[in-house]
Design a binder for this molecule. Structure first.
Ligand SMILES: Cc1cc2nc3c(=O)[nH]c(=O)nc-3n(C[C@H](O)[C@H](O)[C@H](O)COP(=O)(O)OP(=O)(O)OC[C@H]3O[C@@H](n4cnc5c(N)ncnc54)[C@H](O)[C@@H]3O)c2cc1C
Length: 603
C-alpha cells in the first residue's frame, strides 16, 4: 500500500512537541497514557489502511448520485459508520456519562489526521454527526439528549449543520427559514437549506439536522436566530420513525470531495416539519458557534491531511522518476552519463521541502488548538479563560493557513509529476481538486480574515495576542539555548515586529470608525500573521528536535530530528520573508480596492 502519512511524525508531534502526557494528569483524562494512545493510533492506522484508503479513488470516480429524493453514496459507507459507532470513534471526546470515552481532543484530532490522509471524503460524515450530537449535549434539554445522542454516536443516525440558504452564505444575518410555535412546545419549520454536507445518503437510518431558523416575530439580524433539532424522520410515541417533511431536493455535483454528499434540503414543503428548540430562543448563532469552531479546526485538519497524503505521493514519484542529469554532470555534456532521479534536482527538492514545511507545521498548529480545547475544558478560572482566548485567536488561522497553503503545497506536488500530474491516472489531480473546497466552506478565507483582524486581535484589548506573544517568547528563549537555533529565534522576533507595525498602522483607522480602510487588507494581514505563527511552530519543533539530539533522549534515528531542523531552516529561508512583503502591502496607503462611487474600475 502506498504511504499516505507518517505515523512517526504524528507520534512525535503528539508526544514530544505537544506533550500529550501533560493532559493525563487531569482526572478527566486519567484513564489514558502514552501507551494506550499509541495503541489507538496504530489501530486507527490499520482501520484506515483497510477501509478508507482503498476506496479513496473510487469515491471520486463514482461520486454520490441523486434520484427521486434520495442520495446514494459509496456502498461501504454504512459499514464504516456502523464500525465508528460500535467501536466508540464517534463521541469519543464525550463524558463517560454521555456515552463517550473522555478522549482528549488532542488525541481524537491525531486519529482524525490518520483517517483524513487515507480518504478525505469519509471523516466529514462522522465529524458532523459528532459535532451535532455535541451541540445537543451542551445546550439541549434532557429529552433531546436522550432521544438523539445515543443513536447518533452509535452510528445509526447522521448529524448535520444547516446554516446556509441560497441568499445567506457568508452573512447568516440574512437567513429566512422560519419556526412557528405550536401548542405542544414544538415548532413548525419552513425553509430551504443548501450545501448541507452529509445531509442525505443511504448509509444511516435517519438524520438529525441542526437548523438555524427565525421564530415568527423574532428581531432582524443575528440576534433573532434560534437553533432547532429537526430530524428527517421524527420518533412517534410508539418509537417508530415517521417522515418529518424534510425533502432532499438535490445533491450538488462538485469538482472535489465527490464522495462526500452535499445536499439541498427543503423543510416543511407540506407544512408538516416539526423542530425542537435547542436552549433559549434567539441564541442559536451563539450555540452554533460551538459546532462551527470545531468544524473550522476539522476543516484545517482535512486540508493539512489532504496535503500530507499528496506530499507522500509526490515524494514516492520523485524517488522513482529518472529525468535529466545532475547539474554538476550536465555541464560536461556527456550523453553517456546516466539519468538521475528527479529527487536529486534542487528545484524538485525545494518543492518537496515546501510541502513538508507547510504540512507538518499546519499539523502542529492544529494540535495546539486541540490541546487548548482540552485545557480550557479541564482548567478553571483565569487559566481556562486564557486557554479559551488563545484558542479563539488561533482558530481562524488554523482553518485558513492549511486550507490556503495546502493548495499551494499540493500544486507543488502536482508539479513534481510533470505532465502526468495533470492526468487522471495519477492521484495528485484528485488531491488538488479535493482541497479546493477547504478555503470556501466553514467561512471563506475572506471571512476568516475579517474575523481575525476585526474581532480576534482586538478582543479584550488585544489579550489573546499577548498570550500568543508569551508562547512565542517561551519558544525563542528555549531556542536561544542552542547556538544553531539562535539566528532563527532572532528572525522570528523581527517578524513578530511586523504584526506590531501593521497593527500600529491599522488600529487607529478602526478606532476612528473608518472600518473599510481598517479591514480592506484583512486577508493580507491573515497571510502575514499565519506565516509568523507557522514560523513559531517550526521553531518549537526544531527546538524539541535539537533538545532530543543534545540530550540523546531520542525515540527515532538522529536523521529524523536533523530533518525537522533542516525543514525549519527551509521555512525560514523560503517562506518567512514573505511576511515582510505582506507588511509592505498593508502599510501602503494607496486605496485601490475600496469602492469609489465616482469610478467604474471593472468596465
Ligand atoms: C461542498 C460544500 C459543503 C458545504 N457544507 C455546508 C454545511 O454542511 N452546512 C452549511 O450550512 N453550509 C455548508 N456549505 C456552505 C458554505 O459554508 C458557504 O458556501 C460559504 O460560507 C460561502 O457562502 P456562499 O457560497 O453563499 O458565498 P458568498 O457568501 O456569496 O461569498 C462569495 C464571495 O464573497 C466574499 N464575501 C462575502 N461576504 C463578504 C464580506 N462581508 N466581506 C468580504 N468578502 C465577502 C466571500 O469571501 C466569497 O469570496 C457548504 C458549501 C459547499 C460548497
Amino acid at each position: 500500500m502506498a504511504k499516505y502519512m507518517s505515523v512517526d511524525t504524528l507520534k512525535w508531534l503528539l508526544n514530544d512537541v505537544h506533550n500529550v502526557k501533560e493532559l493525563f494528569k487531569y482526572e478527566r483524562f486519567a484513564d489514558y497514557d502514552e501507551d494506550s494512545v499509541n495503541i489507538l493510533l496504530d489501530s486507527a492506522k490499520s482501520w484506515a489502511d483497510q477501509e478508507f484508503f482503498p476506496i479513496f479513488r473510487e469515491m471520486d470516480e463514482n461520486p454520490c448520485t441523486y434520484e427521486d429524493g434520495k442520495v446514494t453514496s459509496h456502498p461501504n459507507l454504512r459499514r464504516i459508520i456502523e464500525t465508528a459507532g460500535r467501536d466508540g470513534w464517534l463521541g469519543s471526546t464525550f463524558d463517560y456519562d454521555d456515552g463517550g470515552t473522555q478522549m482528549p481532543h488532542l488525541v481524537s484530532n491525531a486519529l482524525n489526521h490518520i483517517f483524513q490522509t487515507a480518504n478525505n471524503h469519509i471523516p466529514g460524515y462522522m465529524g458532523l454527526t459528532t459535532g451535532a450530537a455535541d451541540l445537543i449535549r451542551t445546550f439541549g434539554s434532557q429529552e433531546l439528549k436522550d432521544k438523539y445522542i445515543p443513536k447518533m454516536i452509535g452510528g445509526q443516525w447522521g448529524g448535520t449543520m444547516c446554516l446556509t440558504e441560497p441568499q445567506a452564505g457568508s452573512s447568516l444575518s440574512d437567513i429566512t427559514t422560519s419556526a412557528t410555535p405550536q401548542d405542544d412546545g414544538s415548532y413548525k419549520i419552513t425553509g430551504q437549506k443548501i450545501f448541507i454536507s452529509g445531509g442525505d445518503h443511504q448509509a444511516v437510518d435517519n438524520f438529525v439536522h441542526l437548523v438555524l431558523a427565525r421564530i415568527d416575530g423574532a428581531p432582524a439580524g443575528t440576534k433573532g436566530i434560534s437553533l432547532f433539532v429537526v430530524p428527517k424522520h421524527r420518533i412517534t410515541d410508539s418509537d417508530e420513525l415517521e417522515y418529518n417533511d424534510v425533502f432532499t431536493a438535490g445533491d450538488f455535483q462538485k469538482m472535489g470531495q465527490r464522495g462526500y454528499a452535499t445536499v439541498h434540503l427543503v423543510f416543511g414543503e407540506n407544512k408538516d416539519c416539526v423542530g425542537h428548540l435547542v436552549g433559549e430562543p434567539h441564541k442559536g448563532l451563539k450555540y452554533m458557534f460551538q459546532m462551527m469552531n470545531g468544524a473550522r479546526i476539522d476543516v484545517g485538519m482535512t486540508a493539512a491531511s489532504t496535503a500530507t497524503a499528496a506530499y507522500y505521493a509526490s515524494l514516492k514519484y520523485a524517488k522513482e522518476r529518472p529525468q535529466g542529469r545532475k547539474i554538476e554532470n550536465s555541464g560536461k555534456k556527456d550523453p553517456n552519463a546516466g539519468q538521475t532521479l528527479i529527487i536529486n534536482h534542487p528545484d524538485v527538492r525545494r518543492m518537496l521541502l515546501l510541502q513538508k514545511a507547510i504540512n507538518e507545521a499546519s499539523l502542529s498548529l492544529l494540535f495546539e488548538t486541540a490541546k487548548l480545547v482540552d485545557l480550557a475544558h479541564v482548567e478553571e478560572g483565569d487559566t481556562a479563560s486564557n486557554h479559551h482566548l488563545l484558542l479563539e485567536l488561533l482558530t481562524p488561522i488554523a482553518k485558513t493557513y492549511p486550507s490556503e497553503k495546502g493548495q499551494e503545497a499540493i500544486s507543488n506536488g502536482l508539479q513534481i509529476f510533470g505532465g502526468y500530474g495533470f492526468c487522471m491516472d495519477f492521484p495528485l489531480q484528485q488531491y488538488y481538486r479535493d482541497i479546493r473546497i477547504m478555503s470556501l466552506y466553514e467561512g471563506t478565507t475572506g471571512i476568516q480574515s475579517l474575523d481575525l483582524l476585526g474581532r480576534k486581535v482586538t478582543m479584550q484589548n488585544g489579550a489573546a495576542l499577548h498570550l500568543l506573544m508569551e508562547k512565542i517568547n517561551e519558544v525563542t528563549a528555549e531556542a536561544n539555548n542552542h547556538e544553531e537555533l539562535k539566528p532563527y529565534a532572532d528572525k522570528l522576533m523581527k517578524a513578530v515586529g511586523h504584526v506590531q507595525s501593521a497593527l500600529a498602522y491599522l488600529l487607529p483607522m478602526g478606532m476612528k470608525g473608518d472600518y473599510e480602510s481598517f479591514l480592506a487588507d484583512a486577508t493580507e494581514f491573515m497571510k502575514m500573521t499565519s506565516n509568523i505563527v507557522i514560523a513559531y511552530h517550526w521553531l518549537k519543533m526544531a527546538t524539541r528536535a535539537k533538545h532530543a539530539l543534545v540530550t540523546g533522549d531520542t525515540t527515532y534515528k538522529s536523521n529524523f530530528y536533523e530533518n525537522k531542523i533542516h525543514t525549519m531552516k527551509f521555512y525560514y529561508k523560503y517562506e518567512l520573508p514573505h511576511a515582510r512583503a505582506s507588511l509592505e502591502v498593508i502599510l501602503n496607503n494607496e486605496e485601490l480596492t475600496i469602492v469609489k462611487e465616482d469610478r467604474e474600475i471593472f468596465a
